[in-house]
Design a protein around this ligand. Structure first.
Ligand code: BG6
Length: 479
């Protein structure tokens, strides 16, 4: 990682909330621990509540961890880090309060030009007012100002556009860093390398050879006390429209001219705009039993906690290939992976009746891995054949590094400090993503929707109708 010399102040707005405690501060600590924060840095928490500094610091301390557990200096580093945090309270919509923050930061920065990174760990309904206050009173003097924001970026195209206009009224696109933490995951980053740095894969990656792809997100727990929030969005908005769609873009985009943000964004945006419009009939939705009884869920809620859908991409490389996305809570497993199934062609002469031929499985989490399913002759005098797997398990192949894989937030915050935008979601991509999903969401949420949520038992694979959807579309490619 290159050394970054600009003095930097990081202001976590919403510093008393869940996101800040669970993700932002632990990621900042890890960067600190690994010596990756700029040499001159300040971290300031800002939120509405007037909090006692020591109490706030000890709450943050509770969530800090070292990735490699046996590090002896961990506790000392945590103490050092905590001592460097300061806190200020103020309203989000108050330019005066932000002017006080500014005066405080000026002192902290010794009136030297210092870049300011504002991390908004606050709900989107206050993004606009907080950005307005920052712009009016707290931008950096003679140095860069950047603002990091995180989903939900609206509920549909219309609300996204409103939010976008509110943000754009105060900051330029270059200053806005929109996080989709799936993009920051190690294995998702490796997809670009696997595809474009390996001649064999690049040649195979097209409709002539690939039968379908399946991007799977499964959690073996429910909404974990967030049901009130979750119910307003549902699994399609929570996981599919953002995380899984971004993964799909990395899996299917054209080769970018370079790895620079502008080139990557160009091919991602192009790909997203080539996905065929989605309709309710392209989905299977489900809800786990017991969801409606959770705190914060309105009676009779039909919000899906499971969804499976099929997408097609209207370009030369992918025409006719089905892309399946599945996301669900309270299922039998916790995992995120991609399965790329190849056409069977004549290979099945050896294995009549086998449903799956060659397949690449890219496991995003847990236990990062890439494996390839191939046929081999079983050793021995008989002529038996068997499918076996060529496995690359990160924990074996990268024994040392895999113990210390950075959390997605660390990578993303570090990139935002460095001004490196390639892993952040461009405004245009979000607009297209919403345009893609909004009509289907409206249809699914209407009273006469042709597709209704199917109840499923927690701890299972979810509604079997999702398997049927895949069978039907697979059969259209290759019976
Ligand atoms: C978040 C969703 O964006 O991603 C959560 O809001 C989900 O509902 C989480 O649990 C999953 O992230 P990860 O990194 O744990 O797979």
């Amino acid at each position: 990682v290159k050394e970054f010399k600009d003095p930097t102040t990081i202001v976590v707005v919403g510093a008393s909330g869940d996101l800040a405690h669970k993700k932002t501060f632990p990621a900042l600590f890890s960067l600190y621990y690994h010596g990756l924060l700029p040499q001159r840095f300040h971290i300031v928490g800002y939120a509405r509540k007037a909090l006692d500094l020591e109490g706030w610091r000890s709450n943050i301390l509770l969530n800090l961890a070292c990735r490699v557990l046996d590090q002896k200096d961990c506790a000392t580093k945590m103490e050092e880090f905590i001592e460097r945090l300061s806190y200020m309270s103020g309203q989000y919509d108050s330019a005066e309060d932000f002017a006080k923050l500014d005066a405080y930061l000026e002192d902290l920065e010794d009136r030297q030009p210092t870049g300011r990174l504002f991390y908004l760990a606050i709900p989107p309904n206050v993004f606009g007012s907080a950005m307005g206050s920052i712009k009016a009173s707290a931008v950096a003097k003679n140095a860069w100002t950047r603002v990091v924001v995180e989903k939900p970026f609206g509920r549909d195209t219309e609300s996204y556009m409103e939010l976008r206009d509110q943000c754009a009224a105060h900051f330029q696109e270059e200053q806005l860093y929109r996080i989709d933490h799936y993009v920051g995951k190690e294995v998702v980053q490796n997809m670009v390398v696997l595809r474009f740095a390996n001649f064999i894969f690049e040649q195979l990656w097209c409709k002539e050879n690939i039968r379908d792809m399946h991007i799977i997100f499964e959690e073996n727990f429910g909404t974990e006390g967030r049901a009130g929030y979750f119910d307003q969005f549902g699994i399609i908005r929570d996981i599919m429209q953002n995380h899984l769609l971004q993964v799909l873009a990395y899996l299917t985009m054209e080769r970018p001219k370079s790895l620079h943000a502008a080139d990557i964004n160009r091919v991602k945006t192009k790909l997203l705009s080539e996905i065929m419009p989605l309709k309710a009939k392209d989905f299977v939705v489900g809800q786990y039993e017991g969801y409606r009884e959770e705190d914060g869920v309105p009676e009779g809620s039909v919000t899906p906690t499971f969804a499976a859908c099929v997408m097609y991409i209207n370009n030369q490389q992918w025409e006719g290939v089905p892309f399946f996305l599945t996301a669900g809570k309270n299922l039998h497993n916790r995992k995120a992976e991609v399965r790329v199934r190849f056409k069977k062609g004549h290979s099945m002469d050896f294995f009549p009746g086998e449903e799956v031929g060659n397949e690449i499985i890219i496991r995003i989490q847990p236990d990062e891995a890439v494996s390839l399913r191939v046929v081999n002759k079983v050793p021995g005098l008989a002529k038996d054949l068997a499918y076996t797997s060529l496995d690359l398990l990160y924990k074996d192949a990268f024994e040392k590094e895999s113990k210390d894989i950075a959390d997605a937030y660390e990578r993303l915050i570090l990139d935002a400090i460095h001004g490196e935008k390639s892993l952040f979601v461009h405004d245009e991509q979000l607009r297209i993503s919403w345009e893609l999903f909004t009509p289907a969401l409206k249809e699914l949420e209407s009273e006469d929707s042709p597709v209704k949520p199917v109840l499923y038992t927690p701890g299972t694979k979810g509604p079997p109708e999702a398997d049927d959807l895949r069978h039907i579309h697979r059969a259209m490619v290759e019976p």
